[in-house]
Design a protein around this ligand. Sequence first.
Ligand SMILES: [Zn+2]
Ligand SMILES: [Zn+2]
Length: 259
Amino acid sequence: MIQLEDDEIIKMKRGLGWIDLKEAIKSEGCPICFIMNKSLEKYFENLLHEFALDVTVHKKMIAAMGMCNIHTWVFAEFSDKLGIASLFETTLSKEIKLLKRTTELGKNNLPDDFKNKKKLEKHKKTIIEQLLTKGYCLACEHQRESESFYTHEILTLWSDDEFQSYYGKDDIILCRSHFLFLVEECGRKEIIDYFLAIQRSKLDNINYQFSEFLRKHDYRFQNEMTDENRKSLIKVLEYFGSKKNVDREGYNDSQPNKR
Ligand SMILES: [Zn+2]
Ligand SMILES: [Zn+2]
């Protein structure tokens, strides 16, 4: 009976995110990076299919003046070019209006006025103020939400047997940024201990493969190089730099008005 109740608790704990999380911890590398890339793809698909004409979405696009660099180019890869164009249409009109407004800014001055350095600086500042972004890249915002949601899913499920059986495998390791984020979000020391111990043992393993990878570059040992040795380089890069297109610090628009 007690066993049943435990199962029920686990079922309840396994919320909506379990299916995505399970897929992520069955893959390779950082599960949070994996999920963020996957959910970004879904988000963009949704944006194109359902929200290409949505007023709120267009307002966000205008506030951020498009998207950050990474997301612009991830988005550009989608085949629905008309959808992409529609999403940028209002932002482009707004930019043209803003440029028109800035052109009018110095209109009442004489050209010679701006030979005065102070006046020129002031003029430049007014132009830049007009053009500064006032919002976050909407895809960065989405990334931030999914990162937080799934990090908390991991923290809820940490003691679940099935979770641990996948998460414990050598191929899965949180990247450095997401490990730090998980620790930051964690509310109990025993959970921190669990993740810290796992992180250390996996990193030791990577370190072993990595040192073999380095050692076997010597021509005498080249034949001994294994796939595991080779893979360790990508693992090290991903550990420090996260997966491609996932850039925690670089939620490029994390500070509106800084561009
Ligand atoms: Zn990561
Ligand atoms: Zn972005």
